[in-house]
Design a protein around this ligand. Structure first.
Ligand SMILES: Nc1ncnc2c1ncn2[C@@H]1O[C@H](COP(=O)(O)OP(=O)(O)OP(=O)(O)O)[C@@H](O)[C@H]1O
Ligand SMILES: [Mg+2]
Length: 339
């Protein structure tokens, strides 16, 4: 169009060039303004979410106070008791959810190891989440050293309980930093290494070119599932907790390494109370008490020998995992519970 006007003599060449230049100067800010509008909308949406989160009141808090300074702080010996605990996650979209736990009773004496097994969705994680008050019970109570968990100072309670969650989370930090996460900053490296040794992590960490200085997590080197689990276990052990909870913590670790970890735990954690959730019978068979969960209830309990003698679910699972069940072919990796 511009060219045509120049040929017809209605526009000078200089005029066209000037016009084009000005056009460019004009379109850039217009485009930027468009982008800016987009950004502003995104910021507004994010700000609303952050605001919602900041204004959220925690459902679980230390007794009668927001300062975090309230509640019982005495050192914990490690007795854990469930008194007729029923728990529902609440409601979703208006309808009330079925209880995930019903009528749970349990006494774990200090120093005991409690094994928990059961099919997926049977309530194992829900049960142990209540001990550290990730949720509060709907009915019934949980007592630690005969005191309701709701009467403890929340931070103090959680500091005394080491928990390795089912979904391991590693920070984008060095391995040392990840293990030392819950301990005072002046903790010597030896203590960190000791925890790693107990968790059977020291060996593979030393084989990495940067050892304990290796950056892991989202921005670091990839670790296998079993390696991540062992770092997380070392983190929990470094806190030297009186109660240790392992939610499926050795599921991705081979049986041999698992045995190594169990022996180390046995040696160093003698007077600690330990909860072990597992799918493999081999992980729980030496426990003082084993609970078999099904649909939110404890359906069998006892030691390995007692449970084998009563010929119920536990024995079935044992035989399946050992590849001895008459109707189940010995499966490869037949160490997993359920089909
Ligand atoms: N955050 C949640 N909100 C609502 N329901 C939940 C929530 N977490 C678990 N549930 C429900 O509670 C029940 C028990 O779940 P839980 O996670 O305790 O099982 P699990 O025994 O740990 O299973 P897995 O072996 O797969 O880890 C399930 O029916 C599950 O759907
Ligand atoms: Mg679970």
């Amino acid at each position: 169009m511009g060219g045509y006007l120049v040929i017809k003599g209605e526009l000078t060449l200089g005029g066209l060039v000037t016009f084009n230049g000005l056009l460019f100067v004009l379109t850039n800010p217009m485009r930027n303004a468009g982008n800016l509008m987009n950004e502003i909308q995104r910021y507004a949406a994010s700000a609303a979410k952050v605001n919602d989160m900041l204004l959220e009141h925690p459902r679980v808090a230390s007794p009668a106070g927001k300062s975090g300074e309230t509640g019982r702080k005495a050192p914990i010996r490690g007795k854990v008791e469930f008194r007729d605990v029923t728990f529902t996650y609440g409601e979703k979209k208006g309808h009330i959810l079925q209880p995930s736990l019903t009528g749970i009773n349990l006494v774990a004496e200090p120093g005991q190891t409690i094994g928990i097994i059961g099919l997926t969705g049977s309530g194992k994680t829900s049960l142990i989440n209540l001990i550290v008050r990730l949720y509060d019970t709907t009915f019934g109570a949980i007592l630690i050293d005969d005191v309701d968990v709701r009467d403890y100072n929340l931070q103090e309670l959680r500091r005394s309980i080491g928990m390795v969650m089912q979904d391991v989370f590693l920070f984008s930090d060095t391995i040392e930093g990840n293990i030392a996460y819950g301990v005072p900053a002046d903790t010597p490296l030896e203590k960190i290494v000791d925890s790693a040794k107990m968790a059977a992590a020291d060996d593979f960490v030393r084989h990495m070119t940067e050892g304990y200085e290796t950056i892991v997590g989202e921005r670091g080197v990839g670790l296998s599932g079993g390696q991540r689990q062992r770092i997380a276990l070392a983190r929990a052990l470094a806190m030297d907790p009186q109660i240790l909870i392992l939610d499926d913590t050795t599921s991705a670790v081979d049986m041999e390494t698992e045995q190594e970890i169990q022996e180390a735990l046995h040696q160093h954690m003698g007077n600690r109370t330990i909860f072990i959730i597992a799918h493999r019978i081999s992980s729980v068979r030496h426990a003082d008490q084993i609970l078999v969960m099904d649909q939110g209830r404890v359906v069998e309990r006892g030691t390995h020998e007692e449970l084998m003698a009563c010929q119920g679910i536990y024995q079935d699972v044992y035989l399946t995992q050992a590849g001895l069940a008459s109707d189940t072919p010995a499966s490869q990796g037949g160490d997993q519970l359920g089909p």
